[in-house]
Design a protein around this ligand. Structure first.
Ligand SMILES: C[S@@+](CC[C@H](N)C(=O)[O-])C[C@H]1O[C@@H](n2cnc3c(N)ncnc32)[C@H](O)[C@@H]1O
Length: 335
């Protein structure tokens, strides 16, 4: 297992801190503590941080930083979709900034026991926290039709049906328990062209990880929670790593910052909602070449930022944000 803090390089740190603009005495939520790269920089600006991570290992490894940060760092094991309640429970109904660096950390990816990667063999787990079904539960328990949809939608895998059928056939002989076994089944179903830049199992592993951790629901709910928790002038900064996540952030911020002509001569009361955010970034910021060279994991990062206006929070509609819906999944296994 890698040492927390040594291996995870915070992505677009300078750009995140510039967009968040922490001020001494301000209170900021870091919804994805990880190895604490962002939290450390916010503390260095003289501000307080309520840092959240759903991974107990990240929280345990953060104890040293809590000791350093004194009473300015509060570390909470939890989900960032609950960030407004978590901040309120720690005495802050309103905060000056929220930062989210969504996805997995290097510590999680590089630990074979967590089952996120097909680079090593490990148990098919993929849960960032301890709760809910694991990837093995999903792979061995989901109906092939639903599995195909998960892989198609969340992995953007064109051969999702072939992958789901191959998994269904393989599990007839016994449950698929390891990352290497799954990667081999997927690779055979997808096939590999010499021109392909990524391993044929990459998209399926991405889909399972997003599904297991409900990552898109978490993100959409966290954006709405940030809208409620941010004080007027407070800043929201989000770093996303693939198009499904970035699309949700983009839609949310576009919708919240637009003034749309809703009202009419006959229904003046249905006037357009006042925007609850002002965009701080036009389009998404991407990392510079030098950062991508030293940290290849930064290459797909997209940063968007916005400032909260004084307008009330708007109703939350995950479907308008194109968060895909899937049937509830329980722990029953097929084979
Ligand atoms: C990319 S890392 C963050 C790295 C961090 N910015 C740093 O500088 O070290 C993402 C972290 O967010 C956590 N995470 C992902 N989804 C989460 C959620 N819904 N709620 C809370 N934590 C989450 C993961 O467990 C992981 O530790």
């Amino acid at each position: 297992m890698s040492e927390p803090g040594e291996r995870h390089l915070p992505v677009m740190l300078a750009e995140v801190i510039e967009a968040l603009a922490p001020v001494p005495g301000g209170v900021y939520v870091d919804g994805t503590f990880g190895a604490g790269g962002y939290a450390r920089a916010i503390l260095a600006a003289g501000a307080s941080v309520i840092a959240i991570d759903r991974d107990p290992a990240a929280i345990a490894a953060g104890a040293a930083l809590v000791a350093e940060g004194g009473d300015r760092l509060t570390l909470v094991e939890g989900r960032f979709s609950d960030l407004a309640d978590i901040a309120a429970a720690h005495g802050h109904e309103r905060v000056d900034g929220v930062v989210l660096d969504v996805g997995v950390s290097s510590m999680q990816l590089d630990d074979p026991a967590r089952g996120f990667s097909f680079r090593f063999d490990g148990p098919l787990d993929m849960r960032m926290g301890n709760e809910g079904p694991s990837a093995a539960d999903v792979v061995n328990g989901l109906e092939p039709r639903d599995l195909a949809r998960v892989i198609a939608v969340l992995g953007e895998e064109k051969r999702a049906r072939a992958v789901a059928m191959a998994i269904a056939r393989a599990r007839e002989a016994g449950p698929i328990e390891g990352t290497a076994a799954l990667a081999a089944i997927v690779a055979r179903a997808v096939g590999h062209r010499p021109t392909d830049k990524i391993h044929p199992a990459t998209r399926t592993f991405q889909a399972l990880r997003i599904f297991v951790n409900r990552e898109l629901d978490e993100l959409a709910t966290a954006l709405a929670a940030s809208e409620r928790a941010l004080a007027t002038g407070g800043r929201l900064v989000v770093v996303a790593f693939h198009s499904l996540e970035d699309r949700i952030v983009k839609r949310f911020l576009t919708e919240r910052s637009e003034i749309r002509p809703h009202g009419s001569r006959h229904r003046p009361e249905a006037a357009a909602p006042v925007p609850s955010f002002e965009l701080l970034t036009r389009g998404a910021l991407v990392p510079g070449e030098a950062e991508v060279e030293t940290n290849p994991r930064a290459r797909s990062a997209r940063l968007r930022a916005a400032r909260r206006t004084a307008a009330p929070a708007l109703p939350f509609d995950p479907i308008a944000l194109s968060v895909p819906e899937f049937p509830a999944f329980d722990l029953g296994r097929v084979s």
